[in-house]
Design a protein around this ligand. Structure first.
Ligand SMILES: *[C@@H]1O[C@H](CO)[C@@H](O)[C@H](O)[C@H]1NC(C)=O
Ligand SMILES: *[C@@H]1O[C@H](CO)[C@@H](O)[C@H](O)[C@H]1NC(C)=O
Ligand SMILES: *[C@@H]1O[C@H](CO)[C@@H](O)[C@H](O)[C@H]1NC(C)=O
Ligand SMILES: *[C@@H]1O[C@H](CO)[C@@H](O)[C@H](O)[C@H]1NC(C)=O
Ligand SMILES: *[C@@H]1O[C@H](CO)[C@@H](O)[C@H](O)[C@H]1NC(C)=O
Ligand SMILES: *[C@@H]1O[C@H](CO)[C@@H](O)[C@H](O)[C@H]1NC(C)=O
Length: 792
């Protein structure tokens, strides 16, 4: 009872106070300001009955005009013109005078001036509106940059500049608005990248940047604990999925440049109602759990490269009203819960590879498979559509008659085999109908000089080397379709393909500059056939293409094993799309690369040096084992007109140079190590020097300093001893004088040491997923001397 009485008393007092405030007259200076505003806005029809006599504080609020007073001060002013969009105000309009006049309303907290034809750029004087908490000036013709002076309006809670012509970058001043809860810049011409300070707006609930020209990475937004709506539609943002807190209700990333996978965290977005990531290049698996998020009712993933096999049993949220899966690479069956029959539900799925009997809306299964492969392997290679087509055309010219080539090849092989049979009458040989010859039985391979004993092929799990027919490669790549094109490097165009037995391959198409007679090419091909190693992307065969007139070779296709897991860099520093390698895995990867280099230098004779190794040329396979994908194949280098060290004999002078060349690979290895330790992408020489000096300095510093230097992802996963060892190896590899750089054997030895120390630190149980840290370890860590570097 007492409580009820108290409440009605409060209500009564409230009503009285409102009456009082309503009846109070607005200060005359503020009345003047309002009338001046009416005139500055060129007497819009919505203000037609404002005059000196108007009791502004008593005006009845309408959707287009509302004036709110507190005491004798004006606190809110809302004016919206014609909602179809007013024309631009005449030439004598001055935004400067308007802002100056508004500054005569010192208690103005909320200002809405929408669709009034305002034009010009906001003057720095806007800072004079010092009480402002909410600014909505949508649907005008305002242009230019946001003035930095706006940062002194620290009470701002909302900034709405939608549908104007503002441009330039957002100044990095957002940190000055601790109270901001809505920022909406939709439909302007803002560009540049988003400022870091965006991540500091911890009170922000609505962020709308749609329809601008923003580009680049989105800063970390995990500090936006209250963010409910994020709309980035129609920009050029990407490539990585934004980092967000999981309270979002609406997330719209439509039509940007996102190219990453969808992070697993999205499954924890329990409030998410509307998710639209359509028209990007998102790749990787489509998490079907999105269909059953607790709050989801609108899901649009159309127009991406998302993969995965759907099944009938996948479950959906019953509230799901709209689902668009169109134009992705999905396979399998449409989930039963999306078979909209009785439900008031829209479901779209055309342009995938789903099993929809009799429905013409789906691609063949192989289409999705091939596209998925392309998306998986080429993350950064630039496609030059035109040159690609031109060169492809020339690759295929001369091979118009596949049959003729085949006949020629068969004849040639017969001749060759027949000739050999005469010499080694006892060696049996088999020729398959596809004119395949088996290079594993080549004399080169059995010659111990050419291949080290540890590299027995059986252990590698790579199919035997053989010759391919052009026809086979055309089938594998769907006639070198543009969808099979992976990229173009210094060593020709790459295509991915799928052989008839289902295995995946990468095919390098090399148009030879000069026409080579086949006998000139055979030694090269035999060398390539022997470059097989666990840590090299190995060739599994080749195919020649001939000119019909003189039977010389016009193009060479090299067929390589397919390595599915992207580049090493993508596991170290690039993007946030996938988890990063642990310290142990990084050591294992380093050992893998070192073994690959060792094989190139010493596993075959003559060795292959100056491989110009880059972290982006190291690929990662399904076991996270590192494989070098690009090495200095003499034939390819020759074709590019470079100096080579092929099978020819060498002078002494050349020999000393080559000794230095093995140290060039050591240097490149040092750069890769640097990136693995620091987790920073190194692209220029000055970056390289700076980072190397940092490592050098932290090597001499204490443990805590070192910890703060290294890549964030590994900070708590390493033993300091193993880190120091790796840093030591790294800095030595990067020494200026090549003769002071360690040999590859010394590097291997020290890497093994680092690995063992790390294993011991982890309690004897290696958590590495790669087996390469184990094996030929020299001794237990305790017996090892600290570091071993001999100078060569
Ligand atoms: C002012 O004009 C509006 C229509 O534009 C009308 O609804 C309102 O009653 C008028 N107010 C006065 C005080 O005349
Ligand atoms: C109106 O504003 C003036 C100056 O800003 C201030 O001194 C005065 O206290 C305000 N009146 C009310 C009722 O808030
Ligand atoms: C601006 O020009 C218009 C005519 O185009 C005129 O009616 C209006 O009074 C002028 N306003 C000012 C503030 O000079
Ligand atoms: C800005 O003002 C207009 C007109 O009052 C309104 O329709 C719109 O919703 C406002 N925008 C925001 C983001 O509050
Ligand atoms: C963007 O704003 C302009 C006016 O500034 C308007 O004409 C156009 O319709 C708006 N576009 C969208 C998509 O809202
Ligand atoms: C994005 O662009 C499309 C096409 O220009 C347009 O229809 C859509 O309204 C834009 N979205 C937003 C949020 O402005």
């Amino acid at each position: 009872m007492a409580k009820g009485f108290k409440q009605s008393l409060i209500l009564l007092l409230l009503l009285i106070s409102i009456r009082i405030s309503l009846s109070v007259k607005l200060q005359s200076s503020q009345v003047e300001a309002l009338l001046r505003i009416q005139s500055l806005l060129n007497f819009p029809s919505v203000l037609s009955n404002w005059s000196k006599k108007t009791k502004f504080c008593n005006l009845y609020p309408s959707p287009s005009v509302t004036v709110v007073c507190y005491g004798n001060n004006l606190t809110q002013l809302h004016i919206s013109g014609d909602n179809k969009g007013a024309p631009k105000l005449p030439h004598n309009f001055s935004i400067d005078s308007l802002v100056t006049t508004l500054a005569n309303l010192p208690s103005l907290k909320v200002l809405t001036l929408v669709s009034l034809g305002l034009w010009g750029s906001l003057p720095g004087k806007i800072e004079d509106l010092s009480s402002l908490e909410m600014l909505n000036i949508s649907s005008n013709f305002l242009d230019g940059k946001i003035p930095e002076e706006i940062s002194s309006l620290t009470n701002l809670q909302g900034i709405v500049l939608d549908d104007n012509m503002f441009s330039g970058e957002i100044p990095d001043i957002l940190g000055s608005f601790p109270a901001l809860n809505a920022l909406s810049l939709r439909n302007n011409s803002f560009d540049g990248s988003l400022p870091k300070s965006l991540g500091k707006l911890s009170g922000l609930r609505v962020l709308t940047l749609a329809n601008n020209k923003f580009s680049g990475e989105i800063p970390d937004l995990r500090g936006l604990k209250n963010l409910e709506k994020l709309n980035l539609e129609n920009n050029s943002l990407g490539p990585d999925f934004p980092q967000l807190e999981n309270k979002l209700v609406i997330l719209i990333l439509r039509n940007n440049k996102f190219r990453s996978g969808i992070p697993a965290e999205i499954e924890s977005y329990y409030q998410l109602k509307n998710l639209d990531i359509s028209s990007n290049k998102f790749m990787g698996p489509f998490p079907t759990s999105l269909l059953s998020l607790p709050s989801i009712n609108h899901l649009n993933i159309a127009g991406n490269k998302l993969t995965g096999t759907l099944s009938r049993k996948v479950s959906c949220n019953y509230a799901l009203k709209f689902v668009d899966l169109s134009s992705n690479l999905l396979t399998g069956d449409l989930p039963d819960c999306l078979e909209s029959k009785s439900k008031n539900q829209i479901v779209r799925y055309k342009g995938n590879c789903l099993n929809m009997a009799g429905d013409g809306s789906q691609h063949e299964y192989s289409f999705c498979r091939n596209e998925a492969l392309a998306a998986g392997i080429v993350t950064s290679s630039k496609k030059h559509e035109q040159t690609k087509k031109a060169i492809l055309a020339s690759c295929i010219v001369g091979g118009i008659s596949v049959l003729a080539v085949l006949i020629f090849l068969v004849l040639w092989l017969f001749r060759r085999v027949y000739a050999k049979k005469k010499l080694h009458a006892k060696t049996p040989r088999v020729i398959s109908e596809k004119a395949a010859t088996n290079y594993t039985s080549s004399k080169l391979l059995t010659d111990a000089r050419y291949i080290s004993q540890t590299m027995k092929l059986g252990a590698l799990g790579i199919p035997a080397y053989r010759t391919f027919s052009l026809e086979e490669l055309e089938i594998a790549t769907n006639k070198f379709a543009s969808t099979a094109f992976m990229g173009e490097g210094s060593q020709g165009q790459m295509y991915r393909g799928q052989l008839i037995d289902g295995s995946l391959v990468a095919i390098r198409c090399l148009k030879l500059k000069e026409n080579h007679p086949i006998k000139h090419l055979m030694p090269h091909v035999e060398l390539i056939a022997n470059l097989r190693h666990r840590h090299l992307v190995s060739a599994i065969g080749h195919c020649f293409e001939y000119y019909l007139e003189d039977s010389t070779v016009s193009s060479l296709f090299l067929v390589f094993e397919y390595v599915p897991n992207g580049t090493l860099r993508s596991w170290i520093s690039a993007g946030r799309a996938r988890r990063k390698l642990t310290w142990s895995q990084r050591i294992a990867a380093s050992i893998g690369i070192a073994k690959g280099i060792e094989f190139l230098h010493t596993g075959i004779t003559p060795g292959i040096f100056s491989n110009n190794l880059r972290i982006t040329d190291v690929l990662v396979d399904q076991n996270l084992s590192a494989k070098i994908s690009s090495y200095n194949l003499p034939l390819l280098a020759e074709n590019m007109g470079m100096v080579t060290h092929g099978a020819s004999t060498r002078s002494k002078e050349a020999h000393t140079r080559i000794e230095h060349e093995d140290k060039m690979d050591i240097y490149d290895f040092g750069v890769i190590l640097l990136e693995m330790i620091m987790g920073i992408q190194i692209k220029t020489r000055s970056e390289l020097n700076a980072v190397r000096n940092q490592v050098q300095a932290s090597l001499e510093a204490d443990e805590a300093t070192r910890r703060s230097t290294v890549a964030e992802e590994i900070r708590n996963t390493y033993s300091d001893e193993s880190l120091k060892t790796m840093m030591e190896i790294c800095t030595r590899c990067l020494l200026k004088d090549p003769s002071l750089r360690p040999s590859i054997e010394d590097i291997m030895w020290n890497l093994q040491f680092a690995s063992q120390v790390q294993e011991a630190w982890q309690g004897g149980e290696s958590r590495c997923s790669s087996s390469s840290t184990r094996g030929s370890s020299p001794a237990s860590p305790l017996e090892l001397p600290k570091l071993r570097f001999t100078i060569h």
